[in-house]
Design a binder for this molecule. Structure first.
Ligand SMILES: NC(=O)C[C@H](N)C(=O)O
Length: 325
């Protein structure tokens, strides 16, 4: 079979950094440290490299994610790449991967990867992550599975993957469902297929969505400030199955009455939120109040989804429907 054509888009992160010998600090470098690996990549596919950005991922914004999605779509249409690999810092990697997943409706594999160790550290993980990502992007089996994250020999969906460790190279995990495949020296093995993908066509991101985490003893005015702000939406990481402290209920009610959607996810990293508990602040009461329940996304991803959804509708029922997908 002829070699596939893969576009590699670099955006920065530790995979594009080195440790400075005198200060010990890990810093971005101008010469891409992945350049020497490109000969190895050519064994698996025809590679075109695009040094698009060189940013640490805490500097990546939803606007940059949207522009990246638009760029990938345009590249796929114009140059017919068989697949795309994006290298990215790990801190916000899951957010970029999920935004790409929401905005791209293509069957060509799009794989996001990065590194936990910079290029000149012992056992740097970037080069192998990049090689395995190219192999996955060039594989027939990766088609139509949505945006994937390939890291430490595992293949995850953008929807479920999250960074779970500050430094370990096995940081990316999908807590609810596990990876959908693995890579080895010679093979690529998918063992699950995502059953549903949702996709949205938007041209801009103009809505301000705030993310709040519920904590014991939360004070009312933390939430009241949002009711009086110019926010377009609020995502609440609630307790357990979807419950909030008593103190914040009047402010949540005020926010909903003002027509600002409130989406609830759980601060637990497994499970979904449901209108189960009937006590004050319990999920049943919040549902009756008009809180929108999400489907197991974590807080940062639910925020991005609400930002995208609000470009299309502010109708509560439609938003609830979007968050059930
Ligand atoms: N491992 C990494 O890439 C972390 C880095 N702070 C970044 O996200 O840019």
């Amino acid at each position: 079979m002829s070699k596939k054509k893969i576009l590699v888009i670099h955006t920065g992160g530790t995979i594009a950094m080195s440790q400075d010998e005198s200060s010990g600090a890990v810093v971005p470098v101008s010469e891409n440290p992945l350049n020497p690996v490109h000969d190895i990549l050519e064994q698996y596919a025809h590679i075109q490299v695009d040094n698009y950005l060189n940013l640490p991922s805490p500097h990546i914004t939803p606007q940059l994610m949207l522009e990246l999605a638009q760029k990938i779509k345009a590249e796929l249409i114009e140059y017919h790449w068989d697949g795309v690999v994006v290298t990215h810092g790990t801190d916000t990697l899951e957010e970029t991967a999920y935004m790409l997943d929401l905005l791209l409706d293509r069957d060509e594999p799009v794989v996001v990867t990065g590194a936990m160790r910079s290029s000149n550290e012992l056992s740097a993980d970037g080069p192998l992550n990049l090689v395995q990502s190219v192999r996955v992007a060039a594989s027939e089996e990766a088609k139509g599975k949505g945006v994937l994250v390939v890291f430490n020999d595992e293949i995850h969906t953008a929807k479920n993957v999250t960074k779970t460790h500050t430094s370990n190279i096995s940081t990316f995990q999908s807590p609810q469902y596990g990876p959908i495949g693995m890579t080895t020296k010679h093979g690529i093995y998918f063992h699950h297929t995502p059953i549903r993908r949702d996709h949205y066509e938007i041209k801009r991101l103009s809505k301000k969505v705030i993310l709040l985490k519920a904590v014991a003893g939360m004070e009312a005015d933390w939430v009241e400030q949002i009711a009086d702000s110019d926010a377009d939406g609020l995502v609440f990481e609630a307790f357990g199955q979807g419950n909030l402290p008593l103190s914040v209920l009047p402010a949540v009610e005020k926010i909903i009455r003002k027509g600002i959607p409130v989406v609830m996810v759980s601060r637990c990293f497994n499970g979904i939120v449901e209108g189960l508990y009937g006590y004050k602040g319990g999920g049943k009461q919040l549902k009756e109040m008009g809180v929108i329940f999400s489907n197991g996304l974590n807080g940062p991803k639910a925020r991005l989804k609400l930002m995208v959804a609000l470009e299309l509708t502010t109708d509560r029922e439609e938003l609830q429907d979007i968050f059930l997908r």
